[in-house]
Write a protein that binds this ligand. Structure first.
Ligand SMILES: [Zn+2]
Ligand SMILES: [Zn+2]
Length: 157
């Protein structure tokens, strides 16, 4: 089996295991984030293979189908909804305007560096998983914090 075939098989197996309801009961949102992080890493490798013209049309179709599968999208949307809600709660708590959230734009060059820590709770942030704030562009933490109130409340979290 080629390396690409192995990656596609891995992707398929990981996505097949994504049972949202039972994952929410057993491992919770952070556990789901860990699973999705693994999947995103495999997808990054496949994206590299695609750029290097190493994928056959059949393989590209396979990957496209996996990415549009219900399990994968349900898990991702659930996680995004959760982070969006935490972000909204944080904005309300800090008395700042409610900002939208979007999937983090991971520029290739800074992808691996962009795993900073939250200034509020010191939690780890990951641009593969955490969304970013529409207003400030900072990654949104599990605690809901983004950069919008940075500096104004670091002494009073
Ligand atoms: Zn935080
Ligand atoms: Zn913000």
């Amino acid at each position: 089996m080629s390396q690409t075939e192995a990656l596609i098989r891995q992707l398929s197996e990981y996505i097949d295991k994504l049972e949202l309801e039972s994952m929410l009961r057993s491992i919770g949102y952070r556990g789901i984030a860990r699973e999705l992080d693994i999947i995103e890493r495999v997808l990054e490798k496949l994206r590299d293979a695609y750029k290097a013209n190493e994928l056959s049309p059949e393989q590209i179709t396979q990957i496209t189908n996996l990415k549009s599968s219900e399990k994968y999208n349900k898990a991702r949307e659930a996680l995004y909804e959760f982070l969006d809600k935490r972000h909204a709660e944080y904005c309300t708590k800090k008395g700042i305007a409610r900002q939208g959230a979007r999937r983090a734009v991971t520029r290739r060059a800074d992808m691996f560096e962009r795993t900073p820590h939250c200034y509020q709770c010191k939690g780890e942030l990951n641009s593969r998983i955490n969304m970013e704030c529409d207003a400030c562009g900072w990654l949104i933490c599990w605690c809901g914090a983004c950069g919008c109130s940075y500096g104004s409340d670091t002494t009073n979290p």
